[in-house]
Design a protein around this ligand. Sequence first.
Ligand SMILES: [Zn+2]
Length: 98
Amino acid sequence: MSEREFLRVIKRMPRIHCARGPKGCRKCSELEALDNKEGMQLSLIHVYLSPGVYTSPITDFIFNGERVYGEYDVIKRFKDVIEAKEYAENNNIKITFF
Ligand SMILES: [Zn+2]
């Protein structure tokens, strides 16, 4: 694991299976269909504030009123809003993009 500084954010994220994505992979396109049907999953992500060595997906969110962009890792996925809210409260994390 890297020592990079990160922010913990809970946000709706697409279900990702692999780097090929929905156009190149059947499993990915199934997951994309599920996102479209049920909505994306609320997920705990670590957003890194400094650029990394690897090319990683980028996400954005609002932090102190400003839009912040950074590479991220998905740490945890929540099965529903209640579970996500409970985790956020217990861990002092902001939820964005409901
Ligand atoms: Zn895939």
